[in-house]
Design a protein around this ligand. Structure first.
Ligand code: NAP
Length: 248
């Protein structure tokens, strides 16, 4: 496959950010990869894993000259990350995100970013309960849906940018759909956000009960409960942000 974006910047290189890099490199659709991550431990690990050509804590430095910017930080950090990138963005760059909530993130990106770039929010419906750069999988997006929630723009350059981003995700193995951002949040509340909220609460309740019943909760827990514990092992910061941002 030929290169779609000569320079890609990924902001936040945990499970999803590092999976995007691994899948995009394997598909051959990106050239230079720059990463900005707030965590020093993660930056060191990203260098060790050889994911990126440039690794920095400075978002503006990473996005300079980028053709594609992928924001892959927790949902409530998207607006600040976009603000930090705004002044350094190349005109004509595409800025997307992978946040699990789309309404509030789309609003935050639209407010933070200049008109000279193409803002195309997105959400890959793929993940695991693991987080951090070691969790990245090149095959994470294979046969999974990526939902893009484009802005209400009908100009030809924007339509072309949406087409190019769709082609990028398809090269990573995904199926691409488009949806209104508020509708996305309603659908995902039922299919993903509520199941996680329920799992956290069931496992939390069992943990409280364990003090009373000691080993019995673990001893007699059936397969259904084990499935809840896997879901409830997901990153609490990420999911706190999702519940707060999609509480309506
Ligand atoms: P993750 O593994 O925790 O990775 C996030 C990375 O971003 C971490 O290295 C984190 O560092 C860093 N970070 C946090 N705030 C930052 C900031 N302001 N600037 C730069 N770096 C920052 O999280 P993830 O699971 O990949 O989730 C990332 C996004 O993908 C979220 O918006 C989530 O909603 C979305 N998503 C997740 C899944 C899933 O199953 N996990 C699926 C689809 C979409 P620290 O660890 O130091 O905070």
């Amino acid at each position: 496959m030929s290169v779609i974006y000569p320079r890609m910047a990924v902001i936040g290189c945990g499970l999803i950010g590092s999976s995007v890099i691994r899948a995009a490199r394997e598909a051959g659709v990106v050239g230079v990869v720059a990463v900005a991550d707030a965590s020093e431990a993660h930056r060191n690990r990203i260098v060790e894993l050889g994911y990126a050509d440039e690794v920095t804590a400075d978002i503006a430095q990473a996005v300079k000259d980028a053709d594609l910017v992928v924001l892959a930080v927790p949902v409530l950090a998207m607006g600040e990350a976009a603000k930090a990138a705004a002044a350094a963005l190349k005109p004509g760059a595409t800025v997307t995100d992978v946040g699990s909530v789309k309404g509030s993130v789309s609003d935050a990106l639209a407010a933070a970013l200049p008109d000279s770039v193409f803002v195309i929010p997105g959400h890959p419906i793929a993940g695991t309960e693991h987080s951090g750069p070691d969790a990245g999988l090149a095959e994470l997006f294979q046969n999974r849906w990526v939902i893009l929630t484009p802005q209400a723009r009908t100009d030809e350059p924007y339509i072309e940018a949406v087409g190019q981003l769709s082609e990028f995700w398809r090269a990573l193995g995904a199926n691409v759909d488009q949806m209104d951002d508020r509708h996305h949040d309603l659908v995902l509340a039922v299919t993903s956000h509520l199941p996680h909220l329920i799992a956290y609460n069931i496992v939390g309740t069992a943990a409280d009960m364990e003090e009373v019943t000691q080993a019995e909760v673990m001893k007699y827990s059936a397969g259904g409960f084990r499935d809840f514990t896997r879901i409830a092992a997901s990153d609490p910061t990420m999911w706190r942000d999702v519940f707060v941002a999609n509480k309506d």
